[in-house]
Design a protein around this ligand. Structure first.
Ligand code: ADP
Ligand code: MG
Length: 355
């Protein structure tokens, strides 16, 4: 769209149309279901017949979601794509078409934007995601990145947040808290820089930072659970277990109980918690951006889901159960006592800090 003033090319370093042409040439290759990709006023798609579309979008703002002084363009692109891929995973869908809109402040180069796309496509290409368009603008303040991802799914193979029933078992993939520990290693907890000699091995630090920078969207797990109709509800853990579980409970009109001692923790997260005198369970409850899947399963499918989980490329841990709504959200602590679950995960427009 033509702006009133301020052109993207005003700095003379980045020009809108050469940039789009460059990105289209490098990343815009598409397959047969894309009749028209980048280049026209709109993309034209022919999705597999009978499939439904799943659409998800994410807006990332510099200074809120990422910081160019600590993250590379590749890492930002990768994580932006994973946030969307993970949403499609949580619905049990197959990710397919990507639209990318950018507002770019002056001073950035085409090479930097290319690196952003390289990161996005390194997350998307293994799942055969196709870049089909976007929009490009200048920005007066900060870089904005908006991704819209379309996925497809068979009508009876879709997972939602709203199907959890009282008595269902609560499961989570992978391990929790790693990403938050990795973030704190990168930036320092509560703004205080972390000492390099915090008693952690290089491997531990590298693992946690990698889990923060390159999380894995659990697409195969979501698709398998959806196909075998083994989950009554699902959500991906983008904000943190405590907050995301609240979403499932609100949408399904139920309560839930989490058994803290069963939360899956990596050896690295345990080491980190010990070195920094933090509770690893609190890290697991609060930590955002793990991009694991939280699912509910009817007790009658317990054996089947646990058998299926052996074919996953990650752990699947039972961490609690769904309760009547009047019981609310509770957590059983390491000492066996039951407490109300407080939401410690990230919330926008909220001044309180997390763990
Ligand atoms: P319009 O003015 O109609 O919005 P544009 O000139 O913005 O058209 O876009 C031309 C083509 O380039 C369209 O196919 C659009 O989807 C694509 N496009 C624009 N910006 C981007 C971007 N940042 N990434 C990928 N594709 C883009
Ligand atoms: Mg446009």
């Amino acid at each position: 769209m033509a702006p009133h003033r301020s052109r993207l090319s005003s700095a003379g370093r980045l020009a809108e149309f050469p940039l789009i042409e460059d990105l289209a040439g490098r990343f815009g290759a598409t397959g047969r279901s894309v009749l028209v990709g980048i280049g026209d006023d709109a993309a034209i798609l022919r999705p597999p017949s009978g499939d439904l579309f799943l659409l998800t979008t994410d807006l990332l703002a510099e200074g809120v979601h990422f910081d160019l002084t600590t993250a590379t363009f590749e890492a930002i692109g990768y994580k932006a794509a994973v946030a969307n891929l993970s949403d499609i995973a949580a619905m049990g869908g197959i990710p397919r078409y990507l639209l990318v809109s950018l507002a770019i402040p002056s001073g950035h180069t085409q090479a930097e934007i290319r690196r952003l796309y390289r990161g996005m496509m390194s997350a998307g290409l293994p799942h055969r995601v196709e870049l089909i368009g976007g929009d490009t603008s200048s920005s007066r303040q900060g870089l904005f990145i908006n991704l819209t991802l379309a996925g497809t799914a068979k009508p009876d193979h879709i997972l939602t947040r709203s199907g959890a029933r009282i008595g269902d078992l609560l499961y989570v993939t992978g391990t929790l808290g790693d990403s938050l520990a990795g973030l704190q290693l990168l930036t320092g907890a509560h703004g205080k820089p972390v000492r390099a000699d915090a008693g952690l091995s290089k491997e531990t630090r590298r693992y946690l930072v990698e889990r923060h920078l390159r999380p894995t969207p659990r697409l195969a797990v979501g698709q398998l659970l959806a196909k075998h109709r083994l989950a009554t509800s699902a959500i991906d853990l983008s904000d943190g277990l405590s907050g995301d579980l609240t979403h499932i409970c609100a949408q399904s009109r139920v309560g839930a109980e989490v058994d803290m001692l069963t939360l899956p923790l990596s050896p690295a997260c345990l080491d980190y918690a010990e070195a920094h005198r933090k509770s690893p369970f609190e890290l697991a409850l609060a930590g955002g951006e793990d991009y694991e899947l939280l699912i509910t399963v009817s007790p009658k499918h317990k054996t089947q889901v646990e058998r299926l989980a052996r074919s996953f490329d990650c752990r699947l841990s039972r961490i609690g159960r769904i309760q009547p709504p009047q019981r609310g959200l509770t957590v059983i602590g390491p000492d066996g006592s039951s407490h109300k679950l407080t939401i410690t995960s990230y919330r926008h427009f909220d001044a309180t800090s997390s763990v």
